[in-house]
Design a protein around this ligand. Structure first.
Ligand SMILES: [Zn+2]
Length: 275
């Protein structure tokens, strides 16, 4: 499966197998497929180890101590990395780091954490217009606790342009979860996928919720990218969710799409995706 997937990927997307960037600012550092392979050789399986592992991963990507904070709320802790923009507006790039008791939480959601860490790595040397907050959310599995806590603290004078959430890549081509996503942002993602010739789909997955919903509830355009197959309920939240089932190519494509989306949102006026 993996090899077939990769052959397909590299034949359609020759450039994506190397460092070349399409239409992106020169300072963008694009991670490679091999790097995504390496990230899944082991995955922290214990919930208690995950927050520390998130910090270690971001440090590996070049985050300095002054950029990273643990936002502590009554019930939950979020890891927040702040990249200051050159003008107003905030983009949140998020993924939850907690997991359920069963399995290793490799698909759900170490794939998301790896993706946002590589997004940070790619963007760290680029002067972005908007401030980007890379957030590892806690306790998503207990009812979007971390993202709700963050949203509750957003002040009315702060301009949040978009929230891009990554949850459960790794099983198939990138997918936008329509039921937890802003339609305009979903459409923009679809157009980018077409431009970049990245296989893409979108679907309602009514049984699933994600941290983007917390931001949508506050009127902030938000979207969740995942990479699920139809049999995801047999894998997620089960013993089968191990690093061995993660298809790095799926995570890599999700990362490429998310990177293009963040870059696009950054260059447009803040209210473009608002209803
Ligand atoms: Zn999840």
């Amino acid at each position: 499966m993996t090899h077939y997937f990769r052959a397909l990927l590299c034949s359609f997307l020759l450039l994506l197998c190397g460092h070349t960037v399409w239409g992106a600012p020169q300072a963008l550092t694009v991670s490679t497929l091999d790097q995504f392979d390496d990230e899944f050789k082991s995955v922290p399986c214990k919930n208690d180890d995950r927050q520390e592992a998130v910090k270690t991963l971001f440090e590996k990507m070049g985050v300095t101590a002054s950029e990273m904070a643990i936002d502590k709320y009554k019930r939950v802790e979020n890891v927040v990395i702040r990249k200051q923009g050159t003008s107003d507006g905030v983009i949140v790039v998020g993924a939850h780091y907690d997991k359920v008791n069963d399995g290793c939480g490799a698909v759900d959601n170490w794939t998301g954490i790896v993706t946002i860490a590589h997004l940070y790595r790619s963007l760290k040397s680029v002067a972005t217009q908007k401030t980007i907050l890379f957030v590892g959310f806690g306790k998503e599995e207990e009812g979007l606790v971390g993202s709700r806590a963050m949203v509750d603290k957003i002040k009315t004078n702060e301009e949040y342009c978009a929230m891009i959430n990554v949850d459960s890549l790794g099983l198939a081509v990138p997918l936008v979860m329509d039921n937890t996503s802003n339609g305009k942002l979903g459409k923009a993602t679809e157009e980018l996928a077409k431009e970049m010739k990245i296989p893409f789909t979108h679907a309602r997955i009514d049984k699933a919720n994600a941290d983007s919903s917390s931001f949508l509830a506050r009127g902030i355009p938000a979207l969740t990218i995942s990479g699920l197959t139809n049999d995801w309920p047999k894998i997620l939240h089960s013993r089968k969710d191990q690093s061995t089932i993660v298809i790095p190519d799926s995570v890599f494509l999700g990362y490429r799409l998310a990177l293009a989306l963040v870059t696009r949102v950054d260059t447009l006026p803040c209210d473009v995706y608002k209803y």
